[in-house]
Ligand binder design. Structure first.
Ligand SMILES: Nc1ncnc2c1ncn2[C@@H]1O[C@H](COP(=O)(O)OP(=O)(O)OP(=O)(O)O)[C@@H](O)[C@H]1O
Length: 628
C-alpha cells in the first residue's frame, strides 16, 4: 500500500500500472557460460560474522561473466576521466501518476519542458532548472517471519497524506499513545508494507529521474536504512534472483531492473536522438573502492580523485562498459551483484557489507532546429547503502565487526553532510565530504547540480524503534536539502548553441525592423533628405551590411576537429557582430525617422494653429458676420 502526500484514495488498488513492469521485458539472449563464471558459488553466507564474496578470482583485468562479453564493448579505463557518484531525485510520470507527484514534477520542471539557457555572456556549458528539494520517500517492509514468531508488533501507523506516525517507545516496552512520545513525519510518499516492487517504480519518482537522466541531468536514487530494512530488496530484489539465469518476469525484481526496462522503452521512442549507454558498478568496502565489473582476485582498490575539470570526485580506472542493448545493462547488474560483498549476521542472512554505486551514463546526440548537434551526458546512479547497525544487536564480531564499524563511520559522515546541507546557515560553510569515500562520491548528488531521490527503508517492528526513528529523522533532514539541477554540455557546443540562438533572435529583430521601416518608407513616398537616408540604409541592410555572412555545412559539425570548430565559432561571432551592426543601423534609422516625424508633427501643429488663426481673422471680416 502506498501513502502519498495528497488525498487521492485507493492509490494502491488503482496501481498506476504502466507498460514497463518487469513482466513485459523481452527474454534474455542466451549466454554461453564463460570459464570464469563456472563453478562460482552462489552468494550464500557462512556462519555469523563471516563475509563471503562471489568473485571467481582468476582474471584480474576482465570481468569473467559471460554476460559481459555478449554484446558489450569494453572501454579501457581512462585516467582522470572516470566519474562516479552522482546526483538525483524526482517524481514519476506514468499516466496514472497520482496528483501529488504530478504537482511535484511541475515544481521542479519536467524534462519535457526544460528550457535550455546557456549563458551567452560566458559561453557557459550549463543549462539549469530552478533549485529544488531532494525527493524523499519512505518504504516500510513487512514484519518478517521471526518478528511475527516473536510477536513484535508494528510501531508505525499510516494516516495518509504522506505521513507516518511513530509510536512512543516507553520504558518497559509498553506501547504508548502518549502524545509527547508520538512522532509524526511527512514525506513525498510513504510505501506501506503491502507495496509491491512495481509500486516503487510507479510512485517513487524514479521514472522522472530516468527521464531527466535522458535529458542530460546527473541523477541519483539511493536507499538508506538500518540493516535488514529492505534496501537491497527495494533496489535489486532478493539475492536468489541473480543465481543462475534470472527470470525477467519475476515480480520480485527491484527498482534497478525495472528502471532499465523503462529507460530502454523511452530511448526506443526517441528516434530523433542518438543514444549511447555505458555502465559501471563499484562498491565501497571498508573505505576501499572496488570495481565490481573487474574486482580481480586481489580486489585491488581504486583511487578516488578530484577532477578540476568537472569539479567533482571520480574513481580512477573504473571500468565503463558499453551497453548497446537492455541485456547488456542487465548483465552489468548481475555481474556486480555476484561480486559484491555480502555477509551474514543476526539481523540479516544476506547483509550488504559495502555501499554499491551502479552508474548508467547516457550520452546523447541530437540535431537542433538550427542544425547544430547537441551532445549531452546524463547519468543515473543507483546507490545501495550498507545498513547502519547496532553491533550489539547484529552480534557482529571479527571481520563483520570491522565492516560494521566502517559502514557506521561512513554513514555518520553522510549524516553530518546531510545535517549541514539541510541547515540554511551551515549550508554555505564547510561540508565534510572528504571524510569518507562515500560522501566524496555522493557530494554532487547531495548538494550539487543533480536530481536526487532518497528511499528511506524502515522496519515496522517495535524492537527496531530506535533505528526507525533514526532513519525517519535522517530522511526528514535530507528532505530539506536543496539542489540545483543543471545539464552539463560540451562548452564549445554550448557556445555554438548560444551564438546560434543570438543570431536567431537578432535576425528576428532585424526582420521586424526592416518590415517596420519598409512600411514607413511606403507610407511616405516623398523624396526628402530623410527618405534618402532611409533608402541608403535599407540598401545597406539588404546587402548584408557589407559583412559576409558565413556559410557553414552544419551536417559536418560532428566531424570537425578542434581548430575547425574554433573557426566555426569565429564565423558565428562574425555573423553575430554583423547582425548587431545591422540592427544598430536600423535603430539609428528608426530614431532619425522618429525625430523627423516629430519635426513634421510639430510643423503640422504650427500650420494648423496658423490656419485656425487665419480662419478666426477671416470670420471677423466675413460678409456673413457683417450681416448680423
Ligand atoms: N518489502 C519487502 N517485502 C518482502 N520482503 C522484504 C521486503 N523488504 C525486505 N524484505 C526481506 O527482508 C530481508 C532483509 O532485506 P534486505 O537484505 O533488502 O535489507 P537491507 O536493508 O539491504 O540490509 P543490509 O543493510 O544488511 O544489506 C530480506 O530477506 C528481504 O527479502
Amino acid at each position: 500500500m502506498v501513502r502519498r502526500a495528497s488525498s487521492v484514495p485507493h492509490l494502491n488498488s488503482s496501481g498506476g500500472s504502466s507498460a514497463d513492469s518487469a513482466g513485459t521485458s523481452g527474454s534474455r539472449r542466451g549466454r554461453a557460460p564463460v570459464a570464469g563464471s563456472r563453478g562460482r558459488k552462489t552468494p550464500s553466507t557462512t556462519s555469523t560474522g563471516q563475509s563471503q564474496r562471489q568473485s571467481s578470482g582468476s582474471s584480474s583485468s576482465m570481468p569473467r561473466s559471460r554476460s559481459l562479453t555478449n554484446g558489450m564493448r569494453r572501454l579501457s579505463p581512462q585516467k582522470g576521466t572516470g566519474s562516479s557518484g552522482g546526483t538525483g531525485g524526482g517524481g514519476g510520470s506514468s499516466r496514472n501518476t497520482p496528483y501529488f507527484l504530478r504537482s511535484r514534477e511541475n515544481e521542479i520542471g519536467s524534462a519535457d519542458t526544460l528550457e535550455i539557457v546557456a549563458s551567452k555572456s560566458t559561453g557557459s556549458e550549463e543549462c539549469s532548472t530552478p533549485e529544488d528539494n531532494i525527493n524523499v520517500v519512505v518504504r516500510v517492509r513487512p514484519l518478517n517471519d521471526k518478528e511475527k514468531r516473536d510477536r513484535h508488533g508494528s510501531t508505525l501507523q499510516f494516516p495518509g497524506n504522506g505521513q507516518v506516525i511513530l509510536e512512543g517507545n516507553d520504558v518497559g516496552q509498553k506501547r504508548s499513545h502518549n502524545r509527547d512520545s508520538v512522532r509524526v513525519f511527512t514525506y513525498n510518499v510513504v510505501f506501506e508494507p503491502g507495496a509491491t516492487q512495481e509500486d516503487i517504480l510507479d510512485y517513487s519518482g524514479i521514472k522522472r529521474i530516468i527521464e531527466m537522466g535522458i535529458e542530460g541531468f546527473s541523477c541519483t536514487a539511493f536507499c538508506y536504512g538500518q540493516t535488514g530494512s529492505g534496501k537491497t530488496h527495494t533496489l535489486t530484489g532478493p539475492p536468489d534472483l541473480f543465481v543462475g539465469k534470472p527470470n525477467p518476469k519475476d515480480p520480485r525484481h527491484g527498482l534497478i531492473f525495472r528502471s532499465f526496462l523503462y529507460l530502454f522503452q523511452l530511448i526506443k521512442n526517441r528516434k530523433d536522438v542518438n543514444y549511447v549507454l555505458k555502465a559501471s558498478f563499484m562498491e565501497i568496502y571498508n573505505e576501499r573502492v572496488i570495481d565490481l565489473l573487474n574486482p580481480g582476485s586481489a580486489r585491488k582498490p581504486l583511487a578516488v580523485r578530484w577532477s578540476k575539470k568537472s569539479g567533482g570526485f571520480f574513481v580512477e580506472n573504473l571500468f565503463t562498459v558499453d551497453c548497446e542493448e537492455l541485456d547488456d545493462l542487465l548483465a552489468v547488474l548481475e555481474e556486480g551483484m555476484r561480486n559484491r560483498a555480502v555477509g551474514s549476521h543476526a539481523m540479516n542472512d544476506h547483509s550488504s557489507r559495502s555501499h554499491t554505486i551502479l552508474t548508467v551514463h547516457i550520452l546523447s546526440d541530437q540535431q537542433t532546429d538550427g542544425g547544430v548537434f547537441l551532445s549531452k551526458h546524463g547519468k543515473i546512479n543507483f546507490v545501495d547503502l550498507a545498513g547502519s547497525e547496532l553491533t550489539k544487536k547484529t552480534m557482529s564480531e571479527g571481520k563483520t565487526l570491522e565492516e560494521a564499524n566502517n559502514i557506521n563511520k561512513s554513514l555518520m559522515v553522510l549524516g553530518y553532510c546531510i545535517s549541514s546541507l539541510s541547515d540554511s546557515k551551515k549550508r554555505t560553510g564547510h561540508i565534510p565530504y572528504r571524510d569518507s569515500q562515500l560522501t566524496k562520491l555522493l557530494a554532487d548528488s547531495l548538494a550539487g547540480n543533480g536530481v536526487t531521490l532518497m528511499i528511506a527503508c524502515v522496519s515496522p517492528a517495535h524492537y527496531n524503534h530506535a533505528e526507525t526513528l533514526n532513519t525517519l529523522r535522517y530522511a526528514s533532514r535530507a528532505k530539506r536539502i536543496r539542489t540545483k539541477p543543471v545539464i552539463k554540455m560540451d562548452p564549445r557546443e554550448a557556445l555554438i548553441l548560444s551564438l546560434k540562438r543570438d543570431i536567431h533572435a537578432l535576425q528576428m529583430e532585424n526582420d521586424h525592423l526592416k518590415a517596420a521601416l519598409n512600411l514607413h518608407h511606403q507610407a511616405a513616398p516623398n523624396g526628402g533628405p530623410v527618405e534618402n537616408l532611409l533608402e541608403l540604409q535599407l540598401d545597406r541592410v539588404s546587402s548584408g551590411g557589407g559583412v559576409p555572412v558565413p556559410k557553414v555545412d552544419l551536417q559536418r559539425l560532428p566531424e570537425l576537429d578542434g581548430s575547425e570548430l574554433a573557426e566555426l565559432v569565429k564565423l558565428y561571432m562574425v555573423e553575430n557582430e554583423s547582425l548587431r551592426q545591422e540592427n544598430n543601423h536600423l535603430f539609428t534609422v528608426r530614431e532619425t525617422i522618429l525625430r523627423d516625424q516629430e519635426i513634421v508633427c510639430r510643423e503640422n501643429e504650427r500650420l494648423l494653429k496658423k490656419l485656425e488663426d487665419v480662419n478666426k481673422t477671416g470670420s471677423l471680416f466675413s460678409p456673413i458676420s457683417d450681416s448680423f
